[in-house]
Design a protein around this ligand. Structure first.
Ligand SMILES: [Zn+2]
Length: 235
């Protein structure tokens, strides 16, 4: 591996939330994700963001911010970062960029590039992407992942909540089945809380509600923002 390359985290290690990773090589920096960490006070409007001191000190080196996906723990800190350094070019999927734009208020314009399947070169870095399955729309591009593996991998950094906890997590299909049972059997209202960005679960709950002829009421600004973006993206 290139000995000039530095990789470090400003958040997201040994904690759930505020994912933010920095790659630095020969005086150029790229950032991967900039999330928020929700505090345990039941107020989802409240959260902490990574410590941006290093980025502020080295702002002239920053070539771009790459978003892996649109969950809050990966994009929720971006508005705070842009308040400090407004000129960072941002790269992400169409869906992630749409969600981010909805979060940026107050007339701030952002320099955003939607990546498709072509690599992006910026400064010392050439960044390529492959899609993975997650609780937000994208389909796994197994072929591209396999091709990347064949070219040789020097370092794999993989993010997964509870990766350090032994055992397996039940599949989302099991959660949906349980939800379907509960909603079907309920004689009155069913109130469901969820992260707004868990789009797959949201979609399934709406499908179950339709199947069981229940009216759907959506509450919460993040949820409404999400539905607006989903409708525009015609997912
Ligand atoms: Zn996520």
């Amino acid at each position: 591996m290139d000995s000039n390359l530095k990789v470090f985290a400003l958040g997201g290690l040994h904690e759930v939330g505020k994912n933010c990773y920095v790659l630095e090589k020969n005086g150029d920096i790229i950032i991967v994700d900039c999330g928020i960490k929700f505090l345990n006070n039941n107020n989802l409007a409240d959260g902490t963001v990574p410590n941006f001191a290093y980025l502020l000190e080295n702002r002239s080196k920053i070539k771009g911010l790459f978003i892996t996906h649109g969950h809050e723990d990966h994009i929720g800190g971006i508005p705070s970062l842009l308040q400090l350094i407004p000129t960072i070019p941002i790269y992400g999927s169409e869906f992630s960029i749409s969600l981010l734009k909805k979060k940026i208020r107050g007339g701030t314009t952002i320099s955003a590039t939607i990546f498709h399947d072509e690599p992006i070169t910026t400064g010392e870095f050439r960044v390529d992407f492959f899609r993975v399955t997650h609780s937000i729309p994208e389909k796994f591009d197994l072929v591209k992942l396999a091709e990347t593996g064949k070219r040789g991998v020097d370092l794999l950094l993989s993010d997964s909540t509870n990766a350090e906890v032994e055992g397996t997590t039940p599949s989302e299909a099991k959660v949906v089945k349980r939800l379907e049972n509960i909603i079907t059997e309920a004689t009155g209202r069913v109130i469901i809380t969820s992260f707004a960005s868990n789009v797959y679960r949201l979609k399934k709950v709406i499908e179950i509600a339709k199947k069981t002829s229940k009216k759907i009421v959506l509450l919460g600004s993040s949820l409404l923002r999400m539905i607006e973006v989903i409708n525009k993206a015609s997912l």
